[in-house]
Write a protein that binds this ligand. Structure first.
Ligand SMILES: *Cc1c(COP(=O)(O)O)cnc(C)c1O
Length: 329
């Protein structure tokens, strides 16, 4: 017993639930990236995951566990305008659970349509006058649904950890690599990195886990320094998947125990990484999805001569916006 919300057995159980449902995304390498950094980089492109981000892993794991209960709920409710909304909607459709997504009324139409396209019922709220958590709880109670938070939930964290589990397994099986010395993971609320750190600690205890946050939203770095959860105002950054104000009650202790360091990168470095992935690796990676790579490419950590894992967390970006961003400079 570690006192942490999840252990490796939870990540392995999640991997079993996801088998044949989630894509086992490949491990990609790039001679250019290696030459640029003097390291050996192993990318895990979760932009190629179902619905375009690793969030499918956590959502499906949580919903599949509910569905397997002796008396499963009718459905679930989530509040999100981003990838978690789409992940919950798709997982619900696959498992035959009703899904209600509470979204701000001014959320981009494309996100609303994507969520509805996966079969989710969208309930709009006014972000300036209404409290989404209260609305979510009310709907859950009235309709007998279970609330699924985007990161601060053990089954969500365990599901997200399967991305790093697969990356570690695959790189350890490569005869000329044998494993990772470092693993870079983006940090929003900390669901992905907490699951990933649990996987790394179990499979390869010597592998250092580095979290990467947007410079404008360094709530986790501040929380680690303060040794308690610190909240910041909603950060202004193009990394919209990491605009969280604070780490979670469940994720933060895991990060404290198992993550070696959290660094930050500027938005300009995210755009540069987006351009690299599009131009060199033919990958569409959203700004938030570039956090870990931008952290590895920066000189904040010496990666020279190291075997470095990098999770590309997602690829859901409006194409007009994508063109605009990579067209700059
Ligand atoms: C949600 C999300 C993140 C942040 O994940 P956390 O588990 O909240 O830390 C990073 N990248 C993408 C693409 C996301 O959708």
């Amino acid at each position: 017993m570690t006192g942490l919300a999840i252990g490796i057995e939870d990540v392995r159980a999640a991997a079993a639930r996801l088998e044949g449902v989630a894509h086992r995304t490949p491990v990609l390498t790039s001679a250019t990236a290696d030459a640029m950094t003097g390291a050996r980089l192993f990318f895990k492109p979760e932009n190629l995951q179902r619905m375009g981000a690793f969030k499918f892993r956590g959502a499906y794991n949580a919903l599949a566990k509910l569905k397997a209960e002796p008396r499963p709920p009718r459905g679930v409710v989530a509040f999100s305008s981003g990838n978690h909304a789409q992940a919950v909607a798709l997982a619900g459709r696959l498992l035959g659970l009703e899904t209600v997504i509470v979204m701000p009324s001014d959320a981009p139409l494309i996100k609303r349509q994507a969520t509805e396209g996966y079969g989710g019922e969208v309930v709009a709220y006014d972000r300036y006058t209404q409290d989404r958590e209260a609305i979510g709880r009310e709907i859950a109670e009235e309709r007998g649904l279970v609330l699924i938070p985007p990161f601060d939930h053990a089954d969500v964290m365990a599901g997200q950890g399967t991305a790093a589990l697969e990356l570690l397994q695959d790189v350890m099986a490569m005869p000329d690599a044998g494993g990772l010395d470092l693993l870079f993971v983006c940090v929003g609320g900390g669901g992905l990195i907490s699951g990933s750190a649990v996987a790394a600690a179990a499979l390869q205890p010597g592998c250092r886990v580095i979290g990467v946050e947007p410079a404008a939203g360094d709530d986790v770095r501040r929380s680690l320094a303060a040794e308690e959860i610190v909240s910041i105002p909603t950060p202004q950054t193009i990394a919209d998947g990491a605009q969280t104000a604070a780490p979670g009650r469940l994720t933060f202790p895991v990060i404290r125990a198992l993550v070696d360091q959290v660094i930050t990168v500027e938005d300009a470095a995210l755009v540069e990484a987006m351009r690299f992935f599009a131009g060199r690796m033919k990958l569409v990676v959203e700004p938030t999805g570039c956090l870990a790579a931008a952290g590895a490419f920066s000189r904040a950590i010496d990666i020279h001569g190291q075997r470095v894992g990098v999770i590309l967390s997602g690829g859901n970006v409006d194409l007009g916006r994508f063109a605009e961003l990579i067209g700059q400079g």
